[in-house]
Design a protein around this ligand. Sequence first.
Ligand code: ADP
Ligand code: MG
Ligand code: MG
Length: 209
Amino acid sequence: MGSAWALDWVRRSADVIAEHRVELITLDREIGDGDHGENMDRGFQAILPKLDDVAADATPGDVFKLVATTLISTVGGAAGPLYGTAYLRGSGAIAGAEALDGAAVAAFLTAARDGIVARGKAEPGDKTMIDAWTPAVDAADAAAAAGASPAEVLAAAADAAAAGSDATIPLVAHKGRASYLGERSAGHRDPGAQSTAYLLRAAAEAAAD
Ligand code: ADP
Ligand code: MG
Ligand code: MG
């Protein structure tokens, strides 16, 4: 799995975020400031035209570095720097590799999650995107250790991220804007956990096709 997959993932990411833009706005309106869908859509739409200039010999890591720098410069709020750091650290973990096996995919996801934690200091259970990323990383690691293909590793990660997003609903937020609501944040899905679930699903679908 190489840069064709990486490019396909980015394009599918832009599609899925555009498709769910209003839903992500609505989720963020309930426990934040209502801009998550707009922020993410602006960022991924800004990446699309740049994909045409990606060199033919670009590695997946090169593609993700472009995603990182574009998200950091175009997405405001918490999510831009957090996702930007995720793609940047993930890119570093697979730097130079032209093809990714299951273990490399798991290493990419682990580094991405670790970057978000380094930047945002959220722990599992704080009701953030980390509650989607951490089960995704755990599932990816387990699948890779069992010898799964890259597509199988991503499918396991996507399933776990979706369950992790579901599991944010009853939680009380301890990080980000939603934490200002205290107990009233319970009963709502975290928007960043849901965008993570969509992005990892797009990665798995790009790998499966
Ligand atoms: P903002 O809150 O600045 O408006 P967004 O609405 O785009 O930014 O993103 C909100 C999402 O960012 C939250 O739903 C949560 O998943 C994530 N988030 C916020 N703070 C943190 C943090 N410290 N660590 C990890 N994720 C966080
Ligand atoms: Mg917001
Ligand atoms: Mg905001």
